[in-house]
Ligand binder design. Structure first.
Ligand SMILES: C[S@@+](CC[C@H](N)C(=O)[O-])C[C@H]1O[C@@H](n2cnc3c(N)ncnc32)[C@H](O)[C@@H]1O
Length: 323
């Protein structure tokens, strides 16, 4: 009998398009620390898969074994008695088990559970998977794709950030902690705020432009979310936050002046020790001049009428904030 894989209560599975690979890996580093490989990660950290645009599922491991017979007897030893369950087969990298055999394994496990299955409307989904010589069994929690509805938000403008990046910014800022208090310092029409709201993460927004401010309010109201939006220069806010996101102003033809970037970053740094900064210009010298430390960085290439690259910096300051 082989002991269970140590320090691994959960298996997370990920999916991303190739141009989001760097972004997904940065999100993973910021939440979990260890690197994700083969689009999966073993971790002891429990987070809601729906908080990330890239996490597809979390398997809460109940038992594991490298020997299939032992594996089944360990599942039986759990004495699981309930109705309306289903068992899925999670295919992980390197698992060459063919479909008929996967079906058999699902059945084997179903027989280890006392109760009536319900494949259409299960109240609980169990899963079996095989990775690097070990069988794992547990409860499967899948992502909730409800956030995709934000793509149809009533108000948008050309500078609005995409929903996938917006959602990741919230995850990176909060490190997956739902009780975080966030600020979107240049909220525009509230794209980032919508992603925080659907995850139940407190976020305030601020924008100097009255139309952006009004559109942010309307977008939030459209989905019945409640959040504070300030029509203000960020320099006039006083509350402190666990983390702040800054999607710096730009347009595709003239890069934001360093003065504006410096003003916004310095004012936001006075409100939070952790800043996630997005820009299409290389403003790292400005970040350093403000006294922030870059702790992580990635780029996302956007394909549209023209190619351009968004740069994302995770910054921290050693200044103590009163939260
Ligand atoms: C790139 S846009 C943000 C877009 C936003 N993430 C969205 O998806 O709608 C930058 C925003 O920064 C705002 N802004 C510029 N200077 C500001 C300041 N000093 N304080 C607050 N907001 C400011 C602009 O009005 C603009 O809406």
């Amino acid at each position: 009998m082989t002991p269970q894989k140590p320090n691994s209560s959960f298996i997370y599975t990920f999916n991303y398009d190739y141009h989001h690979e760097e972004l997904c890996k940065m999100e993973c580093r910021q939440i979990f620390g260890p690197k994700m490989t083969h689009k999966l990660l073993f971790s002891d950290l429990k987070i809601d898969p729906s908080i990330s645009p890239f996490i597809k599922s979390r398997l809460d491991i109940i038992t594991s074994s490298d020997d299939y017979v032992t594996f089944l007897s360990r599942i039986k030893d759990q004495h699981i008695e309930l109705h309306d369950f289903t068992v899925e087969y999670l295919i992980l990298k390197g698992d060459t088990t063919q479909k008929p055999e996967r079906r058999e394994k699902q059945k084997d496990i179903g027989y280890c559970i006392e109760g009536r299955p319900d494949f259409q409307h299960p109240v609980i989904t169990y899963a079996v998977c095989y990775y690097e010589g070990m069988w794992h069994f547990g409860v499967l929690h899948k992502e909730n794709a409800a956030w995709h509805k934000h793509r149809q938000k009533p108000h948008s403008f050309s500078n609005s950030i995409g929903t996938i990046i917006a959602k990741t910014l919230v995850t990176i800022a909060s490190k997956g902690v739902a009780s975080s208090k966030l600020l979107d310092a240049c909220c525009g029409v509230g794209t980032v705020m919508l992603e925080a709201c659907i995850s139940g993460i407190h976020t305030d927004g601020c924008d100097i432009n009255v139309r952006a401010y009004q559109h942010a309010l309307k977008n939030l109201a459209h989905y019945a979310y409640t959040a504070n939006v300030y029509h203000s220069d960020i320099k006039d806010l006083e509350q402190k936050y666990d983390a702040a996101i800054i999607d710096l102003p730009y347009n595709l033809y003239s890069v934001t002046t360093e003065d504006i970037a410096s003003h916004i970053i310095a004012a936001t740094a006075a409100l939070s020790n952790r800043l996630i900064i997005v820009s299409i210009a290389d403003i790292e010298p400005v970040i350093n001049a403000v006294g922030l430390q870059v702790v992580d960085y990635c780029t996302v290439v956007k394909r549209g009428k023209s190619f351009f690259t968004r740069k994302i910096w995770v910054c921290e300051s050693s200044h103590t904030q009163d939260h």
